[in-house]
Design a binder for this molecule. Structure first.
Ligand code: ZN
Length: 162
C-alpha cells in the first residue's frame, strides 16, 4: 500500500468513525463556521476540563475532508493544553499551505499528517482548515486561547460566518 492510499484510508476512517463528534453541554466557547464553496458546516464547542486542558466537541456536515479533519482535531486536542492546541493548529495550517511538499511531523500532527495530499488541491484546503478555524474562534470566545496567533494571513483565507 502506498503512502497516499494509506493517508486516504486514515481520512476515510475518521469520516466513517468520527471521534469526539458531539457538542459539549455548557461549552465555554462555541463557533459555527461555513465553507460555502463546498457546503461544509461545522460547529465547534470548547471547554476547560478543570485541569488546565481542553475539551473539544463538534457537530457538522459536509465533505469527507472537512468532517474527517474535525474528527482528527477533536481526537488530537482533547486533553491537551491551550498552548499545545495552538502549536498543533499552527502546524496543521502550515501543512495545508505547503502545497503537498511538506514532510509532515507525525509527533505533532498525529493523523493530521494524512491531509498532506489535500494541500495539493486549493479548493479542498478550506475544507480541511474549517474546523481548526472554528476551534480558534471558540477558544478566543471562551478566553482559553493559548496566546499565540496561529491564524493564516491573507484575504483569501477568511471563512464566511453565518
Ligand atoms: Zn469540503
Amino acid at each position: 500500500m502506498n503512502v497516499e492510499s494509506l493517508y486516504q484510508d486514515i481520512i476515510l476512517d475518521h469520516y466513517k468513525h468520527p471521534r469526539g463528534r458531539q457538542l459539549i453541554e455548557a461549552a465555554a466557547g462555541e463557533s459555527h463556521q461555513v465553507n460555502p464553496t463546498c457546503g461544509d458546516e461545522v460547529t465547534v464547542h470548547v471547554a476547560p476540563d478543570g485541569g488546565g486542558h481542553l475539551r473539544v466537541g463538534y457537530e457538522g456536515q459536509g465533505c469527507s475532508i472537512s468532517q474527517a479533519s474535525a474528527s482528527v482535531m477533536s481526537e488530537m486536542l482533547t486533553g491537551t493544553s491551550p498552548a499545545h492546541a495552538d502549536e498543533v493548529r499552527a502546524g496543521f495550517v502550515d501543512l495545508m499551505h505547503s502545497k503537498g511538499a511538506a514532510e509532515p511531523d507525525e509527533d505533532l500532527l498525529g493523523d493530521g499528517i494524512a491531509f498532506v495530499g489535500v494541500a495539493k488541491y486549493p479548493a479542498r484546503i478550506k475544507c480541511a482548515l474549517l474546523p481548526w478555524m472554528a476551534l480558534q474562534d471558540a477558544q478566543a470566545k471562551a478566553g482559553i486561547a493559548g496566546g499565540q496567533d496561529a491564524a493564516p494571513q491573507g484575504p483569501d483565507e477568511g471563512m464566511a460566518r453565518s
